[in-house]
Design a protein around this ligand. Structure first.
Ligand code: ZN
Ligand code: ZN
Length: 312
């Protein structure tokens, strides 16, 4: 207990020191470029004067959606052709989706487009007055860099809590059969399947955990656009099926798709607390669950054990 308190205490101290110095440097950079962004934002505001809701829809749905498809478009080239080889050799579940089944893929793309345009878009229209009630999403002043970083941290923590528990609830037999089974049709996921889900799941487990943070904080549209885009890129990475260098590790969620009853969260903190990652921790996937800082695929540097006794 004392040891844990000591580790947590010194960890917190180190984090605060690190946070302060990083944000100090970034704030200096932001201060220099901040005026540029402020001017761009004011130009946008005057263009959409009186029609701020359109600006909100573009920033909260269309920009993140465009980035999602740009990134997924690149990944789909690799999924459908297996090329370039320098990407496909980072595949986590070797032998799966080589190449991806075109019928399954078409069905996934149709569902994702449905979720983005028939579910997310109207929800954003509904969300705009709610956000205006909480704050001023289209206010003239852009948030400071410190506030923006603080918001990102809070958004991430809120997402972890809401996603973990809503996701675990979706694994309850009642909801699993009717709702979440669809997302799990892909035991070896690809990027675009991050949004391949039943409409109820899309609202409860994909959208709510991500939009609650901005609602709680009464955030500015600029923070919302960056956060939604980041959330979509990160969920794409965690489903993409490749453990690529210098990108967050997708091993955790990939393992969830492989085994169903492990690794429910995003960060893994709540899985650790609830013991829903104990099986994962005994696998090679767990050893590979690191930020890859070189070009040797982790499936080569940490190969599967020859004996089949391991749960991996
Ligand atoms: Zn998933
Ligand atoms: Zn699941």
């Amino acid at each position: 207990m004392r040891r844990t308190a000591f580790i947590l205490g010194s960890g917190l101290l180190l984090f605060v020191a690190f946070w302060n110095s990083v944000t100090w440097h970034l704030q200096r950079f932001w201060g220099a470029s901040g005026y540029f962004w402020q001017a761009q934002w004011e130009r946008l505001l005057s263009t959409f004067e009186g029609k701020e809701w359109i600006l909100f829809i573009i920033g909260a749905t269309q920009v993140p959606c465009l980035l999602f498809w740009a990134f997924n478009g690149l990944l789909l080239v690799v999924d459908t052709t297996g090329r370039p080889n320098f990407i496909s050799r980072y595949r986590i579940q070797v032998g799966k989706n080589e190449p991806v089944d075109p019928t399954k893929l078409r069905q996934a793309v149709r569902t994702v487009l449905f979720n983005q345009f028939v579910i997310t878009l109207p929800m954003a229209v509904f969300f705009f007055p709610l956000l205006k009630w909480r704050g001023d999403p289209c206010g003239r002043e852009l948030p400071t860099f410190h506030l923006f970083l603080l918001e990102l941290t809070i958004f991430t923590l809120i997402e972890e809590v809401f996603f973990y528990y809503s996701h675990r609830l979706l694994h309850h037999p009642t909801f699993y059969k009717r709702i979440h089974k669809k997302h799990h049709e892909w035991t070896a996921p690809i990027g675009v399947t991050s949004l391949y889900a039943h409409p109820i799941e899309h609202v409860a487990s994909n959208m709510l955990p991500v939009i609650t943070g901005p609602f709680v904080m009464g955030s500015h549209l600029s923070s919302i656009t960056v956060w939604f885009s980041l959330a979509l890129i990160i969920t794409t990475i965690s489903h993409c099926g490749y453990h690529l260098p210098f990108l967050p590790s997708p091993e955790f969620h990939d393992y969830h798709h492989l085994k169903f009853n492990q690794c429910y969260g995003v960060l893994g903190v709540l899985d650790h607390l609830h013991g829903t990652d104990t099986m994962f921790k005994q696998t090679k996937a767990y050893e590979r669950h690191i930020l890859l800082l070189g070009f040797t695929p982790l499936s080569e540097s940490i190969p599967d054990s020859p004996k089949k006794s391991e749960p991996c």
